[in-house]
Design a protein around this ligand. Structure first.
Ligand SMILES: C[S@@+](CC[C@H](N)C(=O)[O-])C[C@H]1O[C@@H](n2cnc3c(N)ncnc32)[C@H](O)[C@@H]1O
Length: 206
């Protein structure tokens, strides 16, 4: 018997559980990150009227900046696996700037090539199947559209915060991330890993 789907479901459930208990004070812990999210959103080069997904949007910290860049005629979708995170997003008034949807990045309720860009902050390390999930993000993005994988702290600083060191196997290390993205339909165009931020900017090919 093939029990892979069960493992996958169990992993998603674990992730949901992990974030559900952290949702209430998610933004209280790092209140000064706002400008870093603004700067990362700006790197997507979005224009008024365009459509963007915040994948794993959490409490929706990036949603106001995304709305400002695409304007009232644009489309902003905030999708997250954890309902408690989206409840906090709604409490913070972010349902006024984006459609908030509970869902899994591995199976997006979005038409093929419907989006101009995907923003994903702090997401990739939590994905059970990074290659397949990045391919799903590529599916919903038009050719030439962009993906920003962002974190408001660099890899080494984040590892140190958790009492660890980064290892060469780290998914987000450039030599690992570049081929992973390429295999999923993305070309890595920019890679920044400094104490104050991690940003990998990729373009949809094909
Ligand atoms: C580290 S938090 C980042 C939240 C938000 N982007 C931010 O920067 O504040 C990761 C988020 O990804 C969500 N997530 C994890 N796996 C997911 C998946 N497969 N599909 C959708 N969301 C997922 C979690 O529920 C969590 O809210």
């Amino acid at each position: 018997m093939n029990d892979a789907p069960l493992d996958h479901a169990a992993e998603l459930a674990r992730t949901r559980e992990f974030f559900a208990v952290r949702a209430a004070d998610w933004e209280v812990r790092f209140p000064d990150d706002g400008p870093r999210y603004e700067a990362a959103v700006a790197e997507l080069g979005l224009h008024p009227g365009q459509a963007v997904l915040d994948a794993g949007c959490g409490t929706g910290r990036a949603l106001p900046a995304l709305r400002r860049t695409v304007g009232l005629d644009g489309t902003v979708l905030g999708l997250d696996l954890t309902p408690e995170m989206l409840q906090q997003a709604a409490r913070a008034g972010r349902a006024a700037v984006a459609a908030l949807v509970v869902g899994d990045c591995g199976q997006l309720p979005v038409r093929t090539a419907a989006l101009d860009a995907v923003f994903a902050a702090g997401l990739i390390a939590h994905l059970p199947e990074p290659a397949a999930n990045l391919a799903e993000l590529a599916r919903v993005t038009r050719p030439g559209g962009r993906l920003a994988l962002f974190h408001p702290i660099g890899r080494a600083a984040l590892a140190a915060r958790h009492g660890r060191r980064i290892t060469p196997e780290d998914l987000r290390a450039e030599p690992n991330l570049r081929p992973l993205l390429a295999g999923a339909g993305w070309r890595l165009e920019r890679y920044v890993d400094e104490d104050s931020r991690f940003l990998a900017l990729a373009v949809r090919v094909g």
